[in-house]
Ligand binder design. Structure first.
Ligand code: SF4
Length: 149
């Protein structure tokens, strides 16, 4: 088992709990959105689950299972950024997972779909330094955002 492999655990927002993971898995395969940082390397998905609904009780437990299965990094899915409203707990989740499990956390998975981008831009949802930092890994380009609509 090579130590160079990036092993990824993904948490999705429970409001999308029936999601089959199509956009996340496609972007992982294509190294798009937040997965673009792994351009050169091999990746393996070792965990995929929901937060279990507000206020996100599964965040307290599931990272341990992911870590036991080899996770070296946790991604908080793009749905947490683009839902109406976005998850208000993202920043806490990432600090908690890092502190409690020693796992780095990347916010985002697939590129933000253009239809969400347009509405949130109009609403001013992300008009703060923190939200700008949170969405940065998944902003991509207008062309790529359209491809994920
Ligand atoms: S808004 Fe946040 S805490 Fe609530 S279900 Fe979605 S990810 Fe979980």
């Amino acid at each position: 088992m090579s130590s160079d492999i990036v092993r990824i655990g993904i948490f999705i927002c429970n409001r999308y709990h029936t999601c089959a993971g199509g956009k996340c898995l496609r972007s992982l395969r294509n190294r798009e959105g937040a997965f673009s940082i792994y351009k050169e390397g091999e990746v393996e998905l070792v965990g995929y689950t929901t937060c279990d609904g507000c206020p996100g009780g599964n965040i307290e437990y599931a990272p341990a299972e992911m870590k036991k299965n080899g996770a070296t990094v946790i991604h908080l899915a793009t749905g947490m950024l683009v839902g109406y409203p976005p998850c208000p707990r993202i920043d806490y989740f990432r600090r908690y997972i890092d502190t409690a499990f020693g796992l780095p956390v990347i916010v985002g998975t697939h590129p933000i779909p253009e239809k969400y981008f347009t509405i949130h831009e109009t609403l001013g949802t992300w008009n703060s330094a923190m939200w700008q930092e949170l969405i940065a890994p998944t902003l991509a380009t207008p062309e790529i955002r359209l491809a994920y609509n």
